[in-house]
Design a binder for this molecule. Sequence first.
Ligand SMILES: Cc1cc2nc3c(=O)[nH]c(=O)nc-3n(C[C@H](O)[C@H](O)[C@H](O)COP(=O)(O)OP(=O)(O)OC[C@H]3O[C@@H](n4cnc5c(N)ncnc54)[C@H](O)[C@@H]3O)c2cc1C
Length: 337
Amino acid sequence: MSDLKIAILGAGVIGLTTGLELQKEIKNANISIIADKFFKDTTSYVAAGVFRPGTSFCGPTDDITKKWITDSYYYWDDLRLTAHAANAGVTQVSGYIFSSTSPSITRNHYIEKLVPIYRAATEEELQLCPGDWKYGSFYTTVLTECGLYLPWAMMQFTKSGGKLIDYKLESFGDLSSEYDLIINCTGLGAKYLCNDHKVAPIRGQVFKVKAPWVKTFFYADYDTYIIPGFSSVTLGGCRQYDSYNLNIDKYDSLSIKERCEAFLPSLKGAEVVAERVGLRPHRDPVRIEKEIVNVNGKRLKIVHNYGHGGYGVTVAPGTSIYAVKLAKELLMGNSKL
Ligand SMILES: Cc1cc2nc3c(=O)[nH]c(=O)nc-3n(C[C@H](O)[C@H](O)[C@H](O)COP(=O)(O)OP(=O)(O)OC[C@H]3O[C@@H](n4cnc5c(N)ncnc54)[C@H](O)[C@@H]3O)c2cc1C
């Protein structure tokens, strides 16, 4: 019996995590990842990688969304406890979220009972950083640095027989009809590939600085964040809806620097290692569903897995597990399975 042939479109955190999950779940498949951008050219590479779903993040139902988040947290936390953690870029981090405007900003109903610590900041803690901080929370979570995770995941994938193909699809019709199934993890690219107008970019810009003395993450009002990673600290940021600008914007740079240095004055003079821009692939709800399309007179089975917005690293495992479950349902009855 010949092997199943499956193509995953996209080599960001979603495509690669889906690839690893698929290899775990379907042993006799011949799996390729097809993408036109890898590693440093993906949006995933720009992410700070903190496990922190936005409170408005949503899948098709509340229960499914919660399952994605719960599965994801345990996946990352289990990986953190293995010998792979350092190479995969997974670690535990703790920090604060402060607000001078609203207590609700400092709460997160998705993770308050999931992560090991999530509590209100004390009066003393609200004084830790300059600013009129009225509300705050302290919590412990996981962080996945894509600068390490993406190459690690690519290596695991190819070591287990997966193939990486550098190719830009103009349409699903570009794919040879030999594939039994496609999993579409193209992020913002799905806007064009699927003609999906619900997908929109939310532009972000960050600095990466050398500040090894910063060990705690901080989120504050107006998209200000300081997040220590493995080799640098990420300073952000901004969220610009429907902006396609991939260039560094000097006004965003000035604003980010001013906000972060006012919040943590020890950052003044920290060496800048890089400035990066990424377009978060936003869709409400995230699209993870089955579809069978007619391509060149043949039925092509597709599972879509895109539109994770600002939370793709957070929920990559849970959404990949769900996408692979849908893939198995689509393949049910296939004699090669
Ligand atoms: C500044 C910033 C900070 C962030 N911080 C966090 C964070 O702390 N935590 C968190 O969870 N998330 C964070 N995110 C969000 C996260 O980066 C995204 O949700 C995630 O990267 C989306 O992953 P993806 O694999 O869907 O997309 P991408 O990484 O963009 O990958 C898409 C892939 O699809 C391929 N592709 C697209 N179209 C085609 C085509 N037609 N043919 C072939 N290949 C195609 C591309 O080549 C690429 O390989 C942040 C994002 C930004 C910009």
